[in-house]
Design a protein around this ligand. Structure first.
Ligand code: AHR
Length: 492
């Protein structure tokens, strides 16, 4: 068995744990909204038609922010269709769906309050532009006395919502996007939209679209161009990434290496533009779509009939998927100095930690568990842990550290989260915690995929071998596993 080592010191701070890293995403796609979070008539629906079983699971997961209403969907969306008494039924061209508009902005905002999450809205910069984005913002955030704000009041919402986070479109670099644009076209439009939105509400935080993924032919150049146009007007640049096993488990278990490189590349590009423009401000990152998605099995929806709430990409996740999702969260935390928002895509049914059956139960998928435990225990400050790890050689991503790890420090204790990325070998971990002061192991959680990586149900069990020995934490991490160890300071 090989050894890995990490060292924790309260002085090695990366950044405070930003709760916005535990975000999710609700798109009008498939059964995410309809029969996902919203199903009037369901035995567990409340007076608004919200599924309370899904609300409970959302709270249990510790979701902090929810991005809405898309996704590709937003690039053809007329937000006015989803407010007030008249709800026209429309074709949604992004996913070939029938959109009834029974659920819209006000339903979503009521839902966010029930779920205890912060909204993150996207405006349509595909088929629409500056005016419609400003109208929506005025409807949502302006107090009253204008056409759009008074309409909101008329629709029964007296107080403005004060929504802070706004995405300037979605994946505008993607040829599949309705209203797809070149970087020049999008950069200019996003800049002008951002400037106008700030005139409506100076308190908004704006997200500029980066690349749809790091394999896009325009990746890098896109980021540089759009930032040169909109640097001063925006706060965040977005990243999206989905990963899948696709016949190579060894590489898949190291997929977070790619996420890590992706983040570092976008930081480098943003800082290059900062230097070129001679600005002091740093652009923060919003990793507002990330997950495992068996995309190679998805045939797209370009043909066939339009239908209502179709069953779309309802992937069933495995134990290996859960380990990889846990590793993505470690990676996002390790970049907490620049990644300030992150949304797992999506919340319900669509490649989601929560699945539902129409009229029936809701349940947790394997990937639910590392998310919920990380959201619960990663608090305070993220620390750099200076890991020393054996290396793995992967076909897809080249060299990858076998150990992926992060630690957080708060007033009550320390949380160490670790992934052993080897599909075959255990890893002997030593964590030097002496600088943190006296600690005791309070609870441990282990999700091991090694014995059956494709199991679709997992048990999260204690990491029974974890022990403290003279200020050093020792644990044997099983092959293909995710672990979380919570240590607490003595009470007095
Ligand atoms: O999350 C599913 C889809 O993936 C989103 O609509 C789109 O933004 C991305 O390509």
């Amino acid at each position: 068995m090989k050894n890995a080592r990490l060292t924790l010191d309260p002085a090695f701070e990366i950044a405070p744990v930003n709760r916005r890293l535990f975000g999710s995403f609700v798109e009008h796609m498939g059964r995410c909204v309809y029969t996902g979070i919203f199903e009037p008539g369901h035995p567990r629906a409340d007076e608004h038609g919200f599924r309370t079983d899904v609300l409970e699971l959302t709270r249990e997961m510790g979701v902090s922010v929810v991005r809405y209403p898309g996704g590709n969907f937003v690039s053809g969306y007329r937000w006015e269709d989803g407010v007030g008494p008249d709800r026209p039924t429309r074709l949604d061209l992004a996913w070939r769906q029938i959109e009834t508009n029974r659920f819209g902005l006000n339903e979503f905002m009521t839902w966010t309050r029930r779920a205890g999450v912060e909204p993150m809205m996207a405006v349509n910069l595909g088929t629409r532009g500056i005016q419609e984005a400003c109208d929506l913002l005025e409807y949502a955030n302006h107090a009253s006395g204008t056409h759009w704000s008074d309409l909101r009041v008329k629709h029964g919402v007296a107080e403005p919502y004060g929504i802070k986070l706004w995405c300037l479109g979605n994946e505008m670099d993607g040829p599949w996007q309705i209203g797809h644009k070149t970087a020049e076209e999008y950069g200019r439009l996003a800049n002008e939209t951002a400037r106008a939105m700030r005139l409506v509400d100076p308190g908004v935080e704006l997200v500029l679209c980066g690349s749809s993924n790091s394999q896009m032919p325009t990746f890098g150049a896109w980021e540089a161009t759009v930032l040169e146009h909109a640097y001063d007007a925006v706060d965040y640049l977005s990243l999206h990434a989905y990963y899948e096993e696709n016949g190579d488990l060894d590489s898949f278990l190291a997929a977070a290496v790619d996420m890590d490189r992706f983040i570092s590349s976008v930081v480098a590009t943003a800082d290059h533009v900062r230097a070129k423009l001679r600005r002091n401000k740093s652009i923060k990152l919003s990793f507002d779509e990330w997950n495992v998605w068996n995309q190679s099995r998805f045939e797209g929806r370009e043909q066939g009939d339009f239908d209502e709430a179709p069953e779309l990409i309802e992937d069933t996740f495995t134990a290996a998927d859960a380990v990889v999702v846990g590793d993505f969260l470690i990676t996002l935390l390790r970049h907490a100095d620049r990644v300030s928002v992150a949304c797992q895509a999506q919340l319900a049914n669509i490649i989601a930690p929560i699945r539902t059956s129409p009229g029936g139960p809701a349940w947790r998928q394997t990937i639910f568990h590392p998310f919920a435990l990380t959201a619960r225990h990663a608090r305070g400050t993220v620390l750099r842990v200076e890991p020393r790890s054996p290396l793995l050689d992967t076909a897809r991503y080249g060299e990858a550290a076998q150990l992926s790890s992060v630690a957080t420090l708060d007033e009550e204790g320390v949380t160490v989260i670790a992934v052993n990325r080897s599909a075959h070998e255990e890893l002997d971990l030593t964590a030097d915690l002496r600088s943190a002061g006296p600690l005791r192991v309070a609870e441990t959680h282990l999700l091991a995929a090694g014995a059956d990586p494709h199991a679709t149900e997992v048990a999260v069990v204690p990491l029974a071998n974890a022990r403290l020995d003279g200020g050093e934490l020792r644990a044997v991490l099983p092959a293909a596993s995710w672990s979380l160890i919570r240590l607490t300071f003595p009470k007095d």
